[in-house]
Ligand binder design. Structure first.
Ligand code: CAA
Length: 285
């Protein structure tokens, strides 16, 4: 199958900027959309900073950085996605926002065979697929944070997704140098179905006063060789995102193990969202 040469990425937060960075480094022309001028500028800065960090850490040459930058363009107008062959949606983990963006993309992208992929962590793919006029060309493509580092992509075909879309999306993931697992269209897919109950258990341990965040994190880092403990990982994911994922899973299964603990909700209400706000279970500069 033909490789993707014109990619769209909608949303340039933690996930979208990582996806755009990896694609541009893979030599793909990437157009990145954000909702407003300011959001475009913040997203552009995040992406360029990450490429610069790659050069400083000797992961990238200055030439690789410059070649990637030359592959990137930015817009706040979804109609600029008209000529894209493949678009990945990576906006906030909110069903209404994702549905609106995918509907708008469906209209904006001219080629009816173009694929729309959603990076949702937990919303049923079929619900998003049937909201568009191209349910056979809509698929879940779930990346992991930080996208430049984590090797995995979960591919989640909806009941409506065609085999051709699955094959083309596998090929695109390979173009990005990612490894693929196929996951079921049930909330949490494979990885979050296992990961989220573990993360929420750690929050409950703090909430009940049973253990301190540092002890919990060190326990899992030193005892089980996890690269980061559960509370540090929650801070990396973003507590608001983690709450949204847990809520979707709870809505689907009604199992108490997926219910976001009150402490998580209160921290989100307080704006203690983790690394991105400078404070979560730990504090950051
Ligand atoms: N871009 C490129 N490279 C990066 C990077 C980035 N944003 N962040 C880190 N790296 C690289 C570093 O250059 C470094 O590479 P080398 O080892 O080759 O030198 C390596 O990653 C480690 O980085 P650091 O030394 O800075 O920091 P660290 O050792 O503490 O690792 C980490 C940071 C990569 C985040 C690591 O702790 C880790 O893998 N943590 C687990 C992350 C995880 O579980 N992610 C999944 C979250 S769940 C999710 O995303 C799904 C969802 O739906 C919620």
């Amino acid at each position: 199958m033909d490789p993707v040469t014109r990619l769209g990425v909608v949303g340039c937060g933690l996930m979208g900027s990582g996806i755009a960075e990896v694609a541009a480094l893979s030599g793909i022309d990437v157009r990145v959309a954000e909702a407003t001028h300011d959001a475009v500028e913040t997203g552009r800065r995040r992406l360029i900073d990450s490429l610069d960090r790659g050069v400083r850490r000797d992961k990238l040459s200055a030439q690789q950085r410059d070649q990637a930058v030359a592959k990137l363009s930015f817009t706040h107008d979804l109609s600029d996605m008209a000529d894209r062959q493949f678009v990945v949606e990576a906006v906030a983990e909110n069903r209404d926002i994702k549905t609106d963006v995918l509907r708008a993309l469906d209209k904006a992208v001219e080629d009816p065979a173009a694929i729309l992929a959603t990076n949702t962590s937990s919303i049923p793919i079929v619900d998003l697929a049937v909201a568009t006029e191209r349910p056979a060309q809509l698929i879940g493509m779930h990346f992991f944070n930080p996208v430049p580092v984590q090797q995995l992509v979960e591919l989640i075909p909806a009941l409506t997704t065609s085999q051709e879309t699955v094959q083309r999306t596998r090929g695109f993931a390979r173009q990005l140098g990612k490894q693929v697992i196929q996951a079921p269209d049930r909330s949490g897919f494979v990885v979050n179905a296992l990961l989220v109950p573990y993360l929420l258990s750690a929050v409950r341990m703090v909430e009940s006063g049973a253990a301190r965040p540092d002890d919990i994190d060190h326990g899992m880092e030193l005892g089980c060789a996890h690269p980061m403990g559960p509370l540090r990982l929650l801070d990396l994911i973003g507590l608001d995102t983690a709450q949204a994922v847990a809520e979707s899973m709870y809505e689907e299964f009604k199992e108490p193990l997926y219910a976001p603990p009150a402490l998580l909700r209160r921290m989100v209400a307080a704006g203690h969202l983790g690394r991105k706000s400078g404070r979560g279970f730990h504090t950051y500069d």
